[in-house]
Design a protein around this ligand. Structure first.
Ligand SMILES: Cc1ncc(COP(=O)(O)O)c(C=O)c1O
Length: 378
C-alpha cells in the first residue's frame, strides 16, 4: 500500500506497491522473458471474459482511445466496402467514438439520449430494423462522463439477433463488471491497462472474436493502428510490432497476478461496489446529492451535484481535498455544475471513509455548511 496522494479518478488510479515495484526492472523488447510476459498477459485478459478458444487478445501501445480508434479502424470496413456504425449516445465517450468514425471516414449513424438516461435495447432493435445497412453497433458499457451503466447484455442479444457486430468500449468497466463472451456475444471488447485492472496507463487491448478479426485484413487506414497486422505479427514472432511499453506491460502483468490472487472479477467488482455505496452514503450525509439514480449507477465513478453555495468553486475545493491526501475529478456535464469521485484503485488503509472525511473537512474549510452524518449512538 502507498502513502502517496490517493487518486479518486477513473484511471490513472492508485496502484499497489507491488505493481509499482514491478516497474523497477528494464526489459529488452526482444527478450524471450519479456515476450513470455506479453503472452501470459494476453491469456490472462482473455480469461477475464472467458474468451479462450473463441477470441483473440490484441494489445496496443497508447492510451485507451488509441485502442478504440484501432478497433473501429480495423473491425469496421471503410465506407466503400460497406461499413456503417451505429453509435447510441449518452455521454462524452460515445461522442468520442462518433468523432473517431467521422475522422476515419466510416459511415456513421447516432441516436442521442439525455446524459442521465440509459441506452435502451428496444431502440437499438428499431434502429437496426429501420436501417439494414448498419454493420456494427459501438456501445460504451460504463459511460465514465457520468458513471451511468448501459445494459450491455440485452443490447448484445439484440445486435446478435440482427446479425451485426458489437464493439464495446469497456474502458472503465473491464475487470470489475461482468462481460462473459460465452453469454454476451460481441465482436470486440476494448479496455486499457490503467483502469479497473489497476495497472499503470500506457497500453490498451482489444479482445476480438477470432472469426471477426480474421476477416479484417486490409480494412485499416493506418499502419500503427492496424490490429489485424499487430495480431498476425505477434502470433508469428511473439513480439510487439513496434517498441512495446515495457514497464507498462510488466506492471499490468503484476497487477493481473494480484487481480487473480484476490479473487478476480467478483472480488474487484465487489470492492468497487462497497466503495461506491460508502461514498454515496457518506456524501449524502454531508448533504451532497449524486446525479444518477442508484439503479443505473455503475460502481466505478459517481457524479455529484456541486454544493449550492456561492462559496463553492471546484478548483478551491479540489485543492482543499488534495491537501488532505485525495485527488478528485472535475465534472463533465455542460448543463449542471458537478464533480466526480472514482470508486476504483487502492484507497489506502482508511478506504472510502478517509475520502468522505477529506471532503467534509475541505467543505468546512471553505465555509460551506455540511450536514454532519448521523451518529450511530443515538
Ligand atoms: C469509457 C471510456 N472510453 C474511452 C476512454 C479513453 O481513454 P484514454 O483517456 O485512456 O484515451 C475513457 C477514459 O477514461 C473511458 O472512460
Amino acid at each position: 500500500m502507498t502513502t502517496d496522494t490517493i487518486l479518486l479518478t477513473p484511471g490513472p488510479l492508485t496502484t499497489s506497491a507491488r505493481t509499482k515495484q514491478s516497474m523497477l526492472r528494464d526489459w529488452g523488447s526482444w527478450d524471450s522473458e519479456f515476450n513470455q510476459i506479453t503472452a501470459r498477459l494476453r491469456q490472462g485478459l482473455l480469461r477475464i471474459v472467458h474468451g479462450e478458444g473463441t477470441h483473440e487478445c490484441v494489445p496496443l501501445q497508447g492510451s485507451g482511445t488509441f485502442s478504440v480508434e484501432a478497433a473501429i479502424g480495423t473491425l469496421v470496413p471503410p465506407g466503400e466496402k460497406g461499413g456503417h456504425v451505429l453509435v447510441p449516445n449518452n455521454g462524452a465517450y460515445c461522442q468520442r467514438i462518433a468523432k473517431i468514425c467521422k475522422v476515419l471516414g466510416r459511415q456513421l449513424s447516432t441516436f442521442d439520449y439525455a446524459e442521465d438516461a440509459q441506452i435502451r435495447p428496444e431502440d437499438i432493435d428499431r434502429l437496426l430494423t429501420n436501417d439494414p445497412s448498419i454493420t456494427h453497433v459501438a456501445l460504451v458499457h460504463c459511460e465514465t462522463s457520468t458513471g451511468i451503466l448501459n445494459p450491455l447484455h440485452e443490447i448484445a442479444l439484440v445486435v446478435q439477433r440482427h446479425g451485426k457486430g458489437l464493439i464495446i468500449d469497456a474502458m472503465s468497466s473491464f475487470g470489475a463488471l461482468e462481460i462473459d463472451a460465452r453469454k454476451t456475444p460481441f465482436d470486440a471488447v476494448i479496455a486499457a491497462s490503467g483502469k479497473c485492472l489497476e495497472g499503470v496507463p500506457g497500453m490498451g487491448f482489444v479482445l476480438a472474436r477470432r472469426a471477426a478479426l480474421e476477416r479484417c485484413e486490409g480494412n485499416c487506414h493506418s499502419l500503427a493502428m492496424d490490429l489485424y497486422d499487430q495480431w498476425v505479427y505477434m502470433n508469428k514472432t511473439t513480439q510487439w510490432r513496434f517498441t512495446p511499453p515495457t514497464h507498462v506491460v510488466a506492471a499490468l502483468d503484476a497487477a493481473l497476478t494480484q487481480y487473480f490472487e484476490e479473487g478476480g472479477l467478483a472480488a474487484r467488482g465487489g470492492a468497487y461496489a462497497r466503495n461506491c455505496r460508502e461514498l454515496i452514503t457518506g456524501l449524502a450525509g454531508l448533504g451532497l446529492r449524486s446525479f444518477l439514480p442508484t439503479a443505473i449507477q455503475a460502481p466505478i465513478i459517481v457524479t455529484f451535484h456541486a454544493p449550492a453555495s456561492p462559496r463553492y468553486e471546484f478548483k478551491a475545493f479540489y485543492n482543499a481535498v488534495k491537501q488532505r491526501g485525495y485527488i478528485l475529478y472535475p465534472g463533465k456535464l455542460t448543463t449542471v455544475e458537478t464533480f466526480r469521485v472514482g470508486c476504483m484503485g487502492q484507497l489506502g488503509a482508511r478506504g472510502m471513509a478517509g475520502a468522505v472525511e477529506a471532503v467534509r473537512d475541505a467543505l468546512q474549510d471553505m465555509g460551506i455548511a455540511v450536514r454532519e452524518p448521523e451518529s450511530s449512538e443515538a
